[in-house]
Ligand binder design. Structure first.
Ligand SMILES: Cc1cc2nc3c(=O)[nH]c(=O)nc-3n(C[C@H](O)[C@H](O)[C@H](O)COP(=O)(O)OP(=O)(O)OC[C@H]3O[C@@H](n4cnc5c(N)ncnc54)[C@H](O)[C@@H]3O)c2cc1C
Length: 402
């Protein structure tokens, strides 16, 4: 059986960032990812926005981490040549009825320590975003965009260079804790068409050059066991399933899918940076916004809808016409005949239950009745045995990275 000091479950942005930090201090850090490549979950199915921290309740962990994460993310991207842009963003009030909410958002952002916030009027909006209709806007200079794929890869590359072992295509299927360690059972190589890697001395590991694992033990499929002193659950949408492997069934993730629509061609230049409406009253999303991508198109979205199934990215996708009425509210020149295409795929959203770190920020009423069940203790998703002792709250950490 292989031995690990620390075993990280999940190779999304959170797992990879944790691997960087821990491999800096500890030998024998392993990261297991179930898919053939890193970041194939939510981490590369998002808007790629480096958020500022304006939305969260004062003194909340989300607010603090988001602010610090914003600064660290830009620093990291600059240092490691990860594609990004400091676009700033406008949160736009479409009519005067929304102006009070805009002012309240500014106050909240300032209370959180976000710098440079300004309320601007129509002429300044036009100077920044000539095609956007709005009576007022909150200018948020510290928001930006990043290539999520490159960011995940950069973290993984650094972790590997510090000695971490990253193994893709290895799905954790069992966890058994005893006094001093956790036995981690992983199923290796069960995804059709991908290579097989195992976490042993001869294992094929993720290769920073190719973004794949090497083929040292190709075609070997089966179960592997690793004995780890500390296990970290960064399995994203599956964090509840991982917690359940250790008997913690007190929380559950309800997947919310967000879909985007992409504007290409001439009409993509209607937007220069990031343009948001005020956050949606249901609290499920920040509202359908416009994101000028690093590759020059404009994304409209995401929507937010509870779905059955954590892999439900494609079923019952929305037509382009669904996006237009909301989008035209801020961008009247957008029309059916413009080069508006469905985006390449829809996205799935992680949403902790009310038992997450931010109790106030999530109302149980937002969970559809069919999805409701009892909520007990918070999702403490870690197992820590001998030193190093680590505590990891899965739900809260999602926002620390960006
Ligand atoms: C529509 C949408 C838009 C968003 N926009 C933004 C944005 O603009 N800016 C921002 O900061 N955040 C955004 N987010 C949030 C952000 O994407 C997530 O917070 C972040 O990606 C979560 O990363 P993660 O590593 O926890 O999860 P994931 O990326 O899902 O990684 C978890 C990994 O664990 C693996 N895994 C699961 N189970 C196992 C197992 N048993 N064994 C091995 N591996 C396993 C999965 O395959 C996956 O790769 C958005 C989210 C959504 C849904």
């Amino acid at each position: 059986m292989d031995q690990a000091n620390i075993l990280i479950i999940g190779g999304g942005i959170v797992g990879c960032a944790i691997a960087v930090e821990l491999s800096r201090h500890w030998p024998d850090v392993f990261l297991l990812e179930q898919y053939p490549r890193l970041g194939m979950g939510t981490s590369t199915r998002n808007s790629g926005v480096i958020h500022s921290g304006i939305y969260y309740p004062r003194n909340s962990l989300k607010a603090r981490h988001c602010l610090e994460g914003n600064r660290l993310s830009f620093e990291f991207c600059e240092k490691h040549n990860v594609a990004h842009r400091r676009t700033g963003k406008l949160v736009v009030a479409g009519d005067s009825a929304e102006e009070a909410a805009l002012a309240a958002l500014k106050n909240r952002g300032e209370a959180n320590g976000v710098e440079g916030l300004r309320l601007i009027g129509p002429s300044e909006i036009r100077a920044r975003e000539p095609h956007v209709a709005g009576v007022a806007a909150l200018d948020v200079p510290s928001t930006g965009i990043v290539s999520a794929e490159e960011l995940v890869r950069a973290y993984a590359r650094i972790a590997v260079s510090q000695g971490a072992n990253i193994v893709t295509h290895a799905r954790v299927v069992s966890l058994a804790a005893d006094k001093n360690s956790v036995r981690v059972g992983a199923h290796i190589g069960d995804m059709p068409g991908s290579q097989t890697e195992i976490a042993s001395n001869q294992a094929a590991r993720w290769d920073p050059q190719t973004d794949r694992s090497s083929e040292t033990v190709a075609n070997e499929v089966g179960e592997e066991e690793i004995e780890a002193r500390c296990v970290i659950n960064s399995a994203g949408l599956y964090a509840d399933d991982i917690a359940a492997l250790l008997g913690n069934r007190s929380w559950k993730i309800y997947p919310v899918r967000g879909e985007y629509c992409e504007v290409r061609g001439a009409k993509s230049s209607l937007i220069n940076g990031l343009v948001y409406p005020l956050p949606h009253a249901d609290g499920l999303s920040l509202g359908m916004h416009f994101t000028k991508t690093l590759w020059g198109t404009t994304l409209i979205g995401p929507t937010a809808k509870y779905v059955e199934g954590k892999e439900n990215y494609e079923r019952d996708r929305l037509p382009v016409s669904y996006f237009l009425p909301g989008a035209r509210h801020l961008l009247p020149e957008l029309d059916e005949t413009s080069s508006t295409h469905r985006t390449w795929h829809s996205r799935l959203r992680y949403h902790p239950r009310s038992a997450g770190l931010e109790r106030n920020s999530f109302s149980r009423n937002r969970i559809p009745r069919s999805h409701r069940s009892s909520v007990n203790s918070p999702p403490r998703a870690r197992t820590s045995l001998r030193s190093p002792r680590l505590e990891f709250w899965c739900g809260g950490l999602l926002l620390t990275v960006f």
